[in-house]
Write a protein that binds this ligand. Sequence first.
Ligand code: FMN
Length: 384
Amino acid sequence: DVQRAQSIEELRAMARKRVPNFCFEYVEGGAEEEISLRHNREVFTRIGFLPRTLVDVSVRRQGRRLFGQDIASPFLIGPTGFSGLLAREGDVAMASAAASAGVPFVLTNVSTTSLEEVVRRSGAQVWQQVYLYRDRAFVASVAQRAQAAGIGVLVLTTDSAVYGKREWDARNFSSPRRLDWRNKLDVLRHPRWLIDILYPHGFPRFANLGDLLPPDQTSVRGAAAAILGQSLSAALDWADVQWLRGIWPGKLVLKGVMQVEDAQRAVALGVDGIVLSNHGGRQLDGALSTMDVLPEVVAAVKGQLTVMLDGGFRRGADIVKAIALGADAVLLGRATTYGLAAGGQAGATRALEILRSEVDRVLALLACPDIDQLDASYLRRLQA
Ligand code: FMN
């Protein structure tokens, strides 16, 4: 029962039991040696808290304002593809969890429910991510649909010129669209998942890809690399950002920025926000963690656009450290995805509750009752 989980780590353990191996590895894994994946967690142990004391913290605030909207906590749910493999109508379940927690939800481009339906059924503040970029017409059509559905924020993922080398993904399939026999057996050992996900129509289908994939290939069945790799555009560049800025009247966010110079270029092009990201260690292995570069990016562009980040956030304390270093908000990747895999909407909701209460407790123990008052004076960087 997800209500008993006390930490994201416990939700992760539940998820591991509940879904077949090929699904769990899809969520869990990184690229190549998984150096960035591990570093994304280790980086938090090198930043210590320096609490104040003797401050009345009986009333505490963790809400933020993002793009003119109030959000209940300093985090939101970031985009994760293939959620329909983890829980029935996984995108709607995640969006509904976000709505009940009062935080935005970023819908992946590779969702198994259409963006219109996610908006209508969840009541969440939905942002739309664009991931695949084979041609501008496709992105324009997503932008148009998002605008018509009342979505105010478009997130362009920029760290995926080609698909990362995720070796477990290839290993779990004997051919790009066929699980190997070990994984087939393992699926049979998860009858609840089989019924929840596959009954009665079989594998779910991508709902927002238009004509990017041939009609016979829209099923999520298959290795992610084989499905997505073929549609990514290695030609994406700043001219495309400029073009998108011209056709999208809402807020525009770039996800996958790491360099100060790129952040400044985003400002110059009228981009509204950036998400520092190494894609959860799934793209360029060995990439620095976003916590390594956050201070220099904040120093360069704070106040000129909204600075968000993701990668490795599993505790309220991690989130508080990022806010203290100047981030406006944190995007959650695996933290909520583990919850979804552990127990559908209730599991994702539980993940958000855990993080909210951890943030609240950390603020109290730091003697900083208002999150807007956090700054680097509450932290000290430790020697490696
Ligand atoms: N990022 C995207 O921009 N689009 C996606 O469709 C997408 N799918 C993902 C699927 C999974 C299972 C995971 C774990 C990540 C995915 N990401 C995607 C990257 C996340 O948005 C985010 O950058 C990353 O997960 C953050 O790291 P964390 O998982 O350690 O929190």
